[in-house]
Design a protein around this ligand. Structure first.
Ligand code: CP
Ligand code: NVA
Length: 308
């Protein structure tokens, strides 16, 4: 079974194949209406379940549109409306869903839901974000970086703020795609040690630097994310904001990066908190390309999972 659970669990040559196919599929659609079918219909006759236990705009819409462009059909399900949210086990849900659909994408809280789903499912399972990782986002981000600047191998990526789920998938990608990553944020919100270790073992230079300006020096790519993720308690908001304020990405901070550095944010963003509007809407920002590329990258992920 070819699940797409995390970037570090996927072979580097498969990851490269997915990125290359995404770029090709994107190019083949140039100038077409969003709803126009792709030339080839690799998902014809396939049914894809999209399960959401957390809110979503990009993941939900990009998966749904992507499946339709490739000729498949979707079921968009809210976890709380399923028996899953009312005591049915994940294992039973996985076995039942596998009788109806060809592919499952799930966005959930605890990673164990995803892993248990993948263990009991007879069809491929895709990680649409957990509290711990967000691999589809980073596949889109790699595609975006390479579209603008060429190979990401050997580049310096700087993650600012909270060492959260999106940061974890960036660390996985650092190891698999061969780039270096500097984390700058407060010690309380450091990235997971296990993932830092994995990236280092794979040969990437992973640096922790508390001084944001020093961290960003010579960066090829600066990345920010929300200071309060969906799984964080709202009561932690003020404490987090106080800790994270020195790590806001603004013009002064971007000035330390290479002149041609890009800025990324997975969105949704909180303008004037983790990043200023001047940076978000400025010439170095590629945030809406990232959002678009969720569509193309995930289409290639789905084809890889299904072998079509
Ligand atoms: N970046 C991202 O996953 O966005 P959504 O939460 O809107 O899906
Ligand atoms: N870190 C954010 C990403 C949202 C796409 C969250 O988990 O809420």
């Amino acid at each position: 079974m070819t699940h797409f659970l995390d970037i570090h669990k996927t072979d580097p040559s498969d990851l490269r194949q997915i990125i290359d196919q995404a770029a090709q599929m994107k190019a083949a659609r140039t100038g077409r209406p969003k709803g126009a079918p792709d030339d080839t219909q690799p998902l014809a006759g396939r049914m894809v379940a999209l399960i959401f236990e957390k809110p979503s705009t990009r993941t939900r819409v990009s998966f749904d549109v992507g499946v339709r462009q490739m000729g498949g059909e979707t079921l968009v399900l809210s976890g709380k409306d399923m028996q899953l949210g009312h005591g049915e086990t994940i294992a039973d849900t996985a076995r039942v869903m596998s009788r109806y659909v060809d592919l499952i994408m799930i966005r959930t809280f605890d990673e164990t839901v995803l892993t248990e789903m993948s263990e009991y499912s007879d069809v491929p399972v895709i990680n649409g974000l957990t509290d711990r990782t967000h691999p589809c986002q980073i596949m889109a981000d790699i595609l975006t970086y390479e579209e603008h600047r060429g190979p990401i191998k050997g580049k310096k990526v700087v993650w600012t703020g909270d060492g959260n789920n999106v940061c974890s998938s960036f660390l996985h990608a650092a190891g698999q795609f061969g780039f270096d990553l500097t984390f700058t944020g407060p010690a309380q919100l450091d990235p997971e040690e296990e993932f830092v270790g994995l990236a280092r073992k794979a040969g990437s230079t992973i640096t922790i630097e508390r001084d944001a300006a020093k961290a960003v020096a010579d960066a090829d790519l600066v990345v920010a994310d929300t200071w309060v993720s969906m799984h964080d308690s709202q009561s932690s908001k003020e404490r987090r904001h106080n800790m994270l304020r020195p790590y806001q990405v603004n013009d002064a901070l971007m000035a330390h990066a290479k002149p041609d550095a890009l800025f990324m944010h997975c969105l949704p963003a909180h303008r004037e908190e983790e990043v200023t509007s001047a940076v978000m809407d400025g010439p170095q920002s590629v945030i809406f390309d990232e959002a678009e590329n969720r569509l193309h990258a995930q289409k290639a992920v789905m084809r890889w999972c299904l072998g079509v």
